[in-house]
Each structure stands twice: as C-alpha cells, then as structure tokens.
Design a protein around this ligand. Sequence first.
Ligand code: ADP
Ligand code: MG
Length: 396
Amino acid sequence: MKKSVRDADASGRRALVRADLNVPLEDGDDGSIMVGDETRIRASLPTIELLRDRGARVVLVSHLGRPEGEDPSLSMKPVAERLGELLGADVALAPAVVGPEVESMAEGLADGDVMVLENSRFEKGEAENDPDLAQALAALAEVYVNDAFGAAHRAHATTHGVAQHLPGHAGLLLERELEELTKVRDGAERPLVMVLGGSKVTDKIGVIERFLDQADEILIGGAMCFSFFKAEGRDVGNSLVDDESVEAAKQVLPKAGEAQAMLHLPEDLVLGREFAADTEIKDLNGIDVPEGWMGLDIGTNTAAKYAKRIAGGGTVFWNGPMGAFEMPPFAVGTRVVAEAVAGAEGHTVVGGGDSAAALVQFGLGDDVDWLSTGGGASLAFIEGVELPGVEALADA
Ligand code: ADP
Ligand code: MG
C-alpha cells in the first residue's frame, strides 16, 4: 500500500499535484481555444478539493497533447480557466513549468489557493525523467501527490523523478483506479470475462497471455481477431492486420488449448468494401473474408453470444471496440457488447480511450462500475507490470 493524500501533512504547505488534465481542445466561436470533453478535469477535482479543504496550497502539473517543446496552441491556459470555473476559485497559470518566476508565484500562494504549471511536455526533460527537472519541480512544493493514473505507466519527471525528492502520496482518483483494477487482476468474482478488441494485438498481448490462466472467458473482437485468423492461415481479405500482431497471435494460439480460459473468436462478421461509412456492406456467416472486402465489425451471432457470456460474468473487463464503431454501419457489435457490459450484474470495469468513448456515445457511461481514465496504464496494471508512477510513491 502507498501513502494516501488523505494522510498527507499538507495543511499550510505547498502540494505539487500531478493530475491528468490531458483533455481534448476545441476552437471556440471567438477564435479562442477551449476544453472539449472535460471528464479528466472533473475526475481530478476530489483530490484538489480535499487538499484545499485541508488548507494546502495546490500547485498542479500535467501534460497536454504531444508538443515538441514550447507550443502556445498546447498551453494549459484553457484548462486553468475551466478548472477555475469548476472550482469556483481563481486559478493562476504559471508562465512556465519551472524557474524563478514560477517559484515566486508558488511562494505567493495562500492556504487553499490553486495554481497550474504550464504543459509539462514543454520541458524536454519531462519524458526523459531528467533529474534536474525533477529537482526544480520538487523545489516548488513540500509534498507531492500523484493523481494522474493515465500517465502512471510512464517514468517521467512529473510522475516519477519528482517523487525521489518529496514524500509522494496517491491521489483519490489514482487510489480508486488501483482498487478497481486490482479486483480484475487479483481478486475477481468468477467467472472472469475479458472482452478485448480494438486495433492492435501487440498492445494487448501481455494481457491475453496473463489472463489465459486467470480468466474464464476471453472474448476477442475488433480488428484484433484478424491477426488471429491470419495466424491460423485463414483469408482475411483487406482487413486491418499488421505483421507484428500476427506474430503475437501465433504465440498465443498454441497456449490457448491447455489454458484455463476459453479463447473465443468471432464466428460471423460484417464486411465493407472500404473503410468508410458509405461503403458497400455485407454480412458474412463465417470468418473467411473474400478478396476485395474487409472485416469491420463482429456479426450479430457473435455479438449475441458475447453478450450472453458477459451477462453471466462475475467480473467483466472490457478494453477495445468490437468494430469500427465510429461509422454507424459498423457500430452494432460494439453497441451490443456495451449494452451487455452496462447491464451485467457482475462487477464491470472498462478501460481504453475508444471503448470509453463508445460507452459514452451510447449513453451508457454511468452504467458500468468503473470507467478507467487510463488506457495504457490500465492494461499495464492488470497485466502485472509495475507502474513507475505508483512505485515511486512512499509506502504506507
Ligand atoms: P481503446 O482505445 O479502447 O484501447 P484501440 O485504440 O485499441 O481501443 O482501438 C480502437 C480503434 O479500433 C477504433 O478506432 C476502431 O475504429 C478500430 N477498429 C475496431 N475494429 C476494427 C476493424 N475491424 N477494422 C478496423 N478498425 C477497427
Ligand atoms: Mg485507442
């Protein structure tokens, strides 16, 4: 167990809080840049509010997008403004990530004040976990809190290096994520049903391998299934498959026979001529994709079969859409699975940016037990990989 922000000695002290404020940005009517989906800002509020209530002086830091050095279009300004509105308080934006000006701003904070540092990726040392940057960040505060679960699988200066200099505590969101995902990883109610889709097997191979012996059912959909079909020597037409994923699938298939879990692959598909919403479509009662077609969704029989397994799950973990759900003709499989997960009586946990977006698109975002804010981090954690952003925190 790691020390919790609840036990942090933060009253009257400066707390550097690494939050995940990496939200999508949109153009406003007046040409300004605005926050799009603000889920991640809202998810960060409980930790910020707890610290303010305790009289801490909050210095927030996050990355935003993938800037190459300083980039005004990826400034934290719109995030700081929106955060201020949500908190009902003034939130000052620092002109940089670290440096003398930022230090004097931090020193000027009163109890309960909040300031936001500039985009941590404006500093090249962030992704390099540069010790000097970590030291400069640590100089801004007396306590460190990591609430950025979505970035916890990365050893960066704001998620890892800084905790070498300050006592590190887990934020409330990070704690809840670990608690929910631990239920999937270690203490699952049986049967444990893993639903995996999306585009790349390579990202999820570790999860499939681990859960072959931990889960009861593994349901495969999305483009991922074509890597398995190709590995079995079947025709996949123009379906999305990369060689690396086929190699990964080839490693898994021989193990599936003796494994505890049943590995399920689709038995029917929805095909399209091209990757487009208005393309010619065809249902295939089978899995050998003819020349000139691509598989873009699981078929209705497969979706119904998967839905039944999900309904019977004691614990259900879902990552990765069942098809190219962004296009309505290929969204049915994902919708049926999403509805099954939302309606399941077992404990339901969903990870992955696109799977979460699909759930929200279908109006089911509130109907699962936990919607993880971390895609890569949630997969790494359940696979059994240590998360550098968690490991660096102080032991309770
Ligand atoms: P998540 O973000 O939930 O982890 P991924 O990023 O792995 O999911 O995959 C999501 C993407 O996979 C979606 O953009 C979806 O369009 C795509 N996808 C799913 N099935 C197919 C398919 N059969 N062919 C092409 N793309 C697919
Ligand atoms: Mg994705």
